[in-house]
Design a protein around this ligand. Structure first.
Ligand SMILES: [Zn+2]
Length: 339
């Protein structure tokens, strides 16, 4: 079994899970909050109650708004929806609701507590918690991750992914209708122009949460979504060409053509996203192609054409040695293979 750091293991679980429902992200959000407060043992009734409270505003019908969905299968009602409706209609008392959530959303063999600690189909070697019918016990690895201030952004990523999943499950034509606001900050629904979720966290995980251009951590410096091949050349916001960079680095690059090295980098980033059950996956397929070969030629042809037709200067990496290629995805893959 290969060695893997705690926080990379967490990112593997969140990014490369199965996501047939939004439950994994909801539980991930609760786990982070418990770990931040250093809770080692949480009564299962409290977990069920927190889980229910988290979902209430998402599931309760809102006037004039389309129904949100929590499951990938559009015709099935999820247990959490049944719990909220049962509670709101008076069919369940509060304690019956908690018991229903505990049994059907959390503890049943096919749902989230037995299945959270997995990457794809395999159980990870060091689960983030243990449990029995009465309690959830957090392990040291998760307590260590979230005691560090620099890992707090992982909470934002979990919620961003929750929103995106819920939104995708609620829309039949998600991939063809989605667009971004003009700052590329939020994903929007084309018809109503509603902001769905912050776009950066949804993309950033696949470039190791580091500036795409300089390869350094974001730290607290402002970032923005950038068109790798400049927008005035490509004329679109297709996802295969978008990355997250420091505002300063992006400012240095301006309308220059990126050095050729960045093309290999973006191809790898795109494939890391495609390996995930990510809501943006379908969008990427529509825009860049269904196979890795198609997607690679889409990027390479765009680059070739841009170099041929436009006489731009080249933006070179500020520090070549710092541009390691998305090591996280490769590391997670090697770890997965060793399980
Ligand atoms: Zn940078």
């Amino acid at each position: 079994m290969r060695d893997i750091s705690n926080d990379l293991l967490w990112r593997g679980v969140i990014r490369y899970g199965k996501n047939q429902a939004t439950y994994k992200m909801a539980l991930g959000h609760l786990l982070i909050n418990y770990a931040k407060r250093n809770f080692e043992k949480i009564p299962m009734d409290d977990v069920a109650s927190d889980f229910f409270q988290f979902y209430l505003p998402h599931v309760r019908p809102k006037e004039g708004m389309p129904r949100t969905r929590q499951l990938k299968q559009p015709r099935k009602d999820s247990s959490i929806e049944k719990a909220v409706w049962g509670y709101d209609s008076g069919k369940f008392t509060e304690s019956q609701t908690i018991k229903f959530v505990k049994d059907n959303c959390l503890l049943a063999p096919h749902v989230v507590i037995p299945r959270f600690n997995m990457i794809q189909q395999k159980k990870i070697h060091a689960p983030f918690y243990r449990w029995d019918k009465s309690n959830l016990y957090l392990n040291d690895n998760i307590l260590d991750i979230f005691s560090l201030k620099e890992n707090q952004y992982l909470g934002e990523q979990v919620l961003s992914r929750f929103d995106l999943l819920q939104y995708t499950f609620s829309q039949s034509e998600f991939a063809s209708n989605m667009t971004y606001d003009k700052n590329l900050e939020h994903i929007m629904n084309m018809q109503t122009r509603t902001n769905i979720t912050k776009f950066k966290p949804a993309l950033s995980g696949f470039q190791d949460d580091k500036c795409f251009l300089c390869g350094h951590s974001y730290q607290d410096d402002p970032t923005e979504v950038d068109h790798l091949i400049p927008y005035d050349i490509v004329g679109h916001d297709e996802i295969w060409n978008l990355e997250v960079a420091h505002k300063l680095c992006n400012g240095d690059k301006l309308d220059d053509m990126p050095h050729r090295q960045y093309m290999d980098r973006i191809i790898k980033r795109n494939e890391a996203l495609m390996a995930s059950e990510h809501p943006l996956k379908q969008k990427m397929q529509l825009e860049a192609g269904k196979t890795p070969q198609e997607r690679r030629s889409r990027v390479e042809n765009a680059y070739k054409n841009a170099v041929k037709k436009f006489n731009r200067s080249t933006y070179n990496p500020p520090d070549k040695n710092n541009l390691v290629d998305h090591t996280e995805y490769g590391e997670i893959l090697r770890y997965y293979a060793s399980l």
